[in-house]
Each structure stands twice: as structure tokens, then as C-alpha cells.
Design a protein around this ligand. Sequence first.
Ligand code: APR
Length: 242
Amino acid sequence: MDEELRAWVRSARAIAVLSGAGMSAESGVPTFRDALTGLWARFDPQQLATEAAFRRQPQLVWDWYAERRAAIDNVQANAGHLAIADFQRRHPGRLTVITQNVDGLHQRAGSAGVLALHGNIAQDRWLDAPRACCQADAIAPGRPPHCPVCGNLRRPAVVWFGEMLPEAELAAAQAAAEACDLMLVVGTSGEVYPAAGLAAVAREAGARVLIVNPQASALDRVATHCLRATAASALPLLLGDD
Ligand code: APR
């Protein structure tokens, strides 16, 4: 590990991590865009991850999420997630996790205050505004589950293409990107906004931007340095104390 990069971490008063699907790749969770394993290689994203698609084919979309949920239930946080959580424990308040991932693995590794910009695959919510009949304790089972009275469907509590990101999380992520003096951009292709834009926010606010990704990404042009390494191999070395 390059001593200079470790010095960047040691001297950083505030660190922001912006993670993407590559953060969880070594846990066995397929990324979206890796050619061979990427989920999108087998599905058309517009076919599955949009509200219109869900309204058109609720069972197909529900089943796809159910499959991903089952896969994520059986994986573990990897050494990268654990290195981040461990750093937060040793240096309270110094590192903020901003993630595009919906797998909950940062939280499962013990990270606190995770800003999940794209929601959480383990949670559901009502598709349409719930009426009095839509009671959380009276949901009819099904694919998807639904309100037995009005038929309102349950949907994954994730942000689909074209949907707004949760305001509070996005505002907190923007603030963390502006306030940090080091941003670690880990495992993201940098293709999806507004999340990907946070790297430029950090750089323009004067932070160093260190990309951790075995491949080139759309954010390389914003980086102070690109570390061609994987999350689980690089983060324990970067974030471990001397
Ligand atoms: N360590 C670090 N990076 C890795 C690893 C690894 N072990 N394995 C793969 N990567 C990198 C890939 O090189 C790629 O740049 O992770 C990135 C994964 O990119 P994507 O699959 O596009 O995932 P992500 O950037 O998180 O996608 C953003 O797009 O589909 C939407 O909402 C979805 O949150 C997702 C968003």
C-alpha cells in the first residue's frame, strides 16, 4: 500500500466514502454493469427497475427483487465493509458512509449513520398512497403482497430509475461531500446521478478524491488518484491504524 495514500487518511479530518456495487462484489453480490456477472447483462434495467415496469408486470419485478433479497440474505459483509466500520469505531464522527447500494452490508458490518441514497432492498412500501384500509399488519400475501381491501401493491423500498432520491439522505450526503477533505470513491462506475456527482462536489470543495476500483470509471477524471485495487484488499490497508 502506498504510504502517501495512508498519510492522506491519517491527515484527513473528515472522510466521506461513496460506495457502489463493487463494494459488495467480494461478498458475492453481483454488480450491475460488470459484463459477465452484472445483473443487467441478464435483464433490461428498463424492464425491471422502474415504477412503470412494476405497474406493467408486478409479479416479474417482485420475483426479481425476491431473488436478489434471498441472495443478499446469504452473503456476509466483506473485509472492505468491516474496515470502514472499524475505522468509524476507532475514530467516531470522522468518516461518513454514502452508499448507492441497497444491500445493507455497510449496516450489517456495523457502520453507523449510513446514507443509503437508493433505499434498502430488505424493506417494502405501498405503491400508491396508503388509505385507511392499507394496514401494515393486514397485508395479503402474494407476488407482490397487497392490501386485501383496495388491492394497493407492496413494492421494494428502493429508488427506481427516474425516481427522486430520499431528500434527507441526499442533503446529508451533499453536506458530507462538501465538508470532507478526503473522499474514497469505492466500487462505482460513476454512471448514475445524482450520486455520482458527489465526487465532483468533494473535489470542487477542495477535498482529495481517491478512487478504489480495479477498472477505469467515469469518475477517474475527477480523481486526485486512482488506486487499481479491490475494496476488500485495499480498504483494510488504507483504513487500518499503524
Ligand atoms: N472492488 C472495487 N470495485 C469493484 C470491484 C471490487 N471488488 N468489483 C467491481 N468493481 C467496480 C467495477 O469496476 C465498476 O466500476 O465496481 C463498479 C460497479 O459499477 P456498477 O455495476 O455500475 O454499480 P454502481 O456504480 O453502484 O451502479 C450505480 O446504478 O443500476 C443503478 O441504482 C443502481 O446503485 C446502482 C447505480
